[in-house]
Design a binder for this molecule. Structure first.
Ligand code: COS
Length: 381
């Protein structure tokens, strides 16, 4: 067993940390306040290979391993959680199914532009009445000659309006329930496909989420991913990987909280000395430090198992559950260490607190992660 990163993985961390400190951290507060998508950083991240990190080099990807990928996401999230999710959705929620369930023609048309960063990706599973239970979706795809015609609505779609390529789930056989769901690619600009303005959210405000509308949206049969009826399994396999990315995002937030609390505790004086010298503050920061590190270890483990081709669904759920709850707790405590100052927008910790909350919700709530873990622990499946 070796807990160290390889030289290549360390090099990825250094590269992304330098990029994030120079280009991401300086704008993080402003893009959050203005709810502004960080358009200027997309080509820069594409240049570094960050939008196709795990995609094979033959399709324009950087061909990194999964541990490098989570290390990169942690570094981005440490600077700006919104930026990290724009990247993770493109890499995994869209990039993975386009790599794993597609033929070469589809890879050329859809994976290459994502992996090179020419286009962003999005993943459209959730609906207004189908979140934790995606099998309840009502979006349908009806086959008509050489086309499928999609009708329905999707909800909370990260990168909506900015993505060029959307992996969309719809029912091709309503009676077959989850076994009647199929996965499709819909490109921006397809007639009948529109989206709402971005939601006004509590956190990750610079990462836009929109509703998507499909109104008799006709796409060629060549845009079906895998076989008809395979969509639910494609979505679940994709989310198993996506959740590792959200865990990494949570690790980045949890670490940012430790860094901010430690720095402030050394500056701020109370009772004649820096508050870092008071045991109450030391204990709080010690616990935050442990929480960030334990989250990182679980996240690396899930990424490692995924990379090895071993079973990793439970490890991924554990990493997301633990890291997201650690990020939330660390953020609350980081605000507490800052006292009144932490409750203002003069310091980043209030943003960390707002950003941390979503990691307990998207790509499967904590309740869903516990369900997945319990099934494994109890042996229900
Ligand atoms: N990978 C591949 N296949 C999987 C899978 C996985 N991780 N999990 C389940 N499946 C398969 C099962 O093997 C089963 O296959 P069969 O049709 O051959 O029987 C099928 O999918 C249905 O599985 P199951 O009965 O476990 O489905 P449930 O409806 O009970 O749902 C949960 C399982 C709750 C885990 C699933 O619905 C889920 O993850 N929900 C949360 C969705 C989510 O994360 N939404 C956020 C969207 S992105 S922001």
């Amino acid at each position: 067993m070796d807990f160290r990163l390889s030289d290549e993985q360390e090099a990825v961390r250094k590269m992304v940390r330098e990029f994030a400190e120079k280009n991401v951290a300086p704008i993080a507060a402003a893009i959050d306040r203005e709810k502004r998508f960080p358009t200027e950083n997309i080509p820069r991240m594409a240049e570094l290979g960050l939008l196709g990190m795990t995609a094979p080099a033959e399709w324009g990807g950087a061909g990194f391993d999964y541990v490098s990928y989570v290390v990169a996401l942690e570094e981005l999230a440490r600077a700006c959680a919104a930026t990290s999710v724009i990247v993770s959705v493109t890499n995994t929620l869209a990039g993975y199914p386009l790599n794993a369930f597609s033929n070469d023609a589809q890879k050329e048309r859809f994976l290459r532009p994502l992996a090179t960063g020419a286009k962003l990706g999005a993943f459209a599973l959730s609906e207004p009445n189908a979140g934790s239970d995606p099998a309840a979706m009502t979006t349908v795809a009806v086959k008509k000659g050489g086309s499928y015609v999609l009708s329905g609505q999707k909800n909370f779609i990260t990168n909506g309006g900015h993505a060029g390529i959307y992996v969309v789930f719809a029912k091709t056989d309503v009676a077959a329930k989850h076994r009647g769901i199929s996965a499709f690619v819909v490109e921006a600009g397809t007639p009948g496909f529109t989206w709402s303005p971005p939601e006004d959210k509590m956190g990750i405000r610079a990462a836009h989420s929109t509703q998507l509308f499909f109104d008799n949206c006709e796409i060629p049969v060549e845009n079906l991913l895998g076989q008809e009826g395979e969509g639910f399994k494609i979505a679940m396999a994709t989310l198993d990987r996506g959740r590792i990315g959200i865990a990494a995002q949570a690790v980045g937030i949890a670490q940012a909280c430790v860094d901010a609390a430690a720095a402030y505790a050394k500056e701020r004086h109370a009772f004649g000395k820096p508050i870092a010298h008071h045991q109450a503050i030391q204990h709080m920061i010690a616990d935050m430090h442990v929480a960030a590190e334990a989250s990182r270890v679980l996240t690396w483990r899930a990424a490692f198992l995924c990379q090895q081709g071993e079973k990793f669904g439970t490890a991924s759920a554990m990493a997301k559950l633990f890291a997201s709850e650690a990020a939330m707790k660390n953020a609350i405590d980081a605000v507490q260490v800052h006292g009144g100052a932490g409750y203002t927008t003069d310091f980043p910790v209030e943003r960390y607190m707002r950003d941390a909350k979503i990691t307990e919700i998207y790509e499967g709530t904590s309740e869903i992660q516990r369900l997945v873990i319990a099934r494994d622990a109890i042996g229900l499946k």
